[in-house]
Ligand binder design. Structure first.
Ligand SMILES: [Zn+2]
Length: 174
């Protein structure tokens, strides 16, 4: 947690900010309390009929040029399943249903020199093929790969790496 990320109160603009905990600051001028709890993000490991999984190469930082899976932040009012379905379509152009919960891992999302704590919630899904997949929002390119060929060192975020390792381990156990 970067404790210097808030310099001024977001309500009154006062500069007397007290960190009460790693996720709470309080303004001494107006008493406003700001909570910086983790933001929820969702992501999907999607397999085709051949057992290959869909990966993206990120177009932007954080992790520009590195591998990830499609996903993004949950909007207010959305369920995790709705958010992952929307993000998958926005990023890789696939209309996917039947997401199943896999696991969740905490992550840190560095954006404009601010570190946002997130909880990344991973789902799996199966589709017939990736023939309709193409790179859209925030995606440089789309690729498919047999899980055994994954290069974990190329993965953008530790949370995504953990989810992919879990997915591969479950495949190995049958
Ligand atoms: Zn204030």
């Amino acid at each position: 947690m970067n404790e210097s990320r808030f310099l001024f109160c977001s309500r009154c603009g006062g500069a007397k900010i007290q960190m009460r905990s790693p996720v709470e600051f309080e303004c001494e001028s107006c008493g406003f309390k700001h909570f910086a709890n983790p933001t929820v993000a969702v992501a999907a490991i999607i397999a085709n009929r051949a057992g290959e999984i869909l990966l993206i190469r990120r177009a932007k930082d954080p992790g520009q040029g590195k591998l990830s899976v499609p996903g993004g932040f949950v909007d207010p009012g959305e369920t995790g399943e709705e958010a992952v379905r929307r993000e998958v379509f926005e990023e890789v152009n696939l209309q996917v249903d039947g997401f199943k919960y896999l696991a969740s891992f905490p992550n840190e999302y560095r954006y404009q020199e601010v570190i946002y704590p997130t909880l990344d919630v991973f789902f799996t899904a199966a589709v017939e093929s990736f023939s309709m997949a193409r790179a859209r929002s925030e995606v440089q390119s789309v690729l498919s790969m047999a899980p055994a060929r994954l290069e974990f060192g190329e993965v953008a975020f530790p949370s995504v790496e953990k989810a992919l390792r879990l997915y591969v381990a479950r495949l190995d156990r049958g």
